[in-house]
Design a binder for this molecule. Structure first.
Ligand code: SME
Length: 156
């Protein structure tokens, strides 16, 4: 396992392409889910300096806050609630260019302006979500969706 993250430069694609093998290296050989989610959140924060990046895991039919990087956040989100609960319910990635325009958006922090939520799917079941928030509007696009989906697919 690499000791330090090698920060990628260039386009967003190039940055994800530099990051993904390093994430693989960080989590391969480590079976503990919490440890791996913690390192994935830290690696994404270090590479992109996102405002908030972290996980919610489904526990007893509610999303519960899991490893993250950034300001304190809401701890529980119901199915179909907010962007995270909607991504869980639909089992689909959701890109929100302006959180104020997403009906039912849950504002954990007023500085968050745009957001992407990617479901973590195991055996056709959503076991949690990866949530990334930006303090700027319109930060996330199909490139983020593609690469963040590749990253959550590494989670065992
Ligand atoms: N905004 C999210 C809640 C989680 S926080 O952004 C960390 C939502 O609407 O589901």
């Amino acid at each position: 396992m690499a000791e330090d993250l090698n920060i990628g430069h260039g386009s967003k694609e190039e940055q994800y392409l530099s990051l993904i093998p390093q994430i693989k290296g960080l989590i391969e050989g480590e079976p503990d889910l919490t440890a791996n989610l913690a390192n994935i959140a830290a690696a994404l924060k270090e590479q992109f300096n996102f405002f908030w990046v972290g996980f919610y895991l489904v526990k007893n039919d509610v999303l519960v806050l899991a490893p993250f990087q950034g300001p304190v956040a809401c701890t529980r989100i119901g199915r179909g609630r907010g962007v995270c609960g909607t991504s869980w319910e639909r089992a689909k990635t959701i890109i929100v260019p302006d959180v104020e325009k997403f009906p039912g958006h849950i504002a954990c922090n007023s500085a968050s302006k745009s957001e992407i939520v990617v479901p973590i799917i195991k055996n056709n079941l959503v076991i949690g979500v990866l949530d990334v928030d930006s303090s700027d509007y319109d930060t996330f696009d199909a490139v983020d969706a593609t690469f963040l989906e590749k990253i959550v697919a590494l989670i065992r």
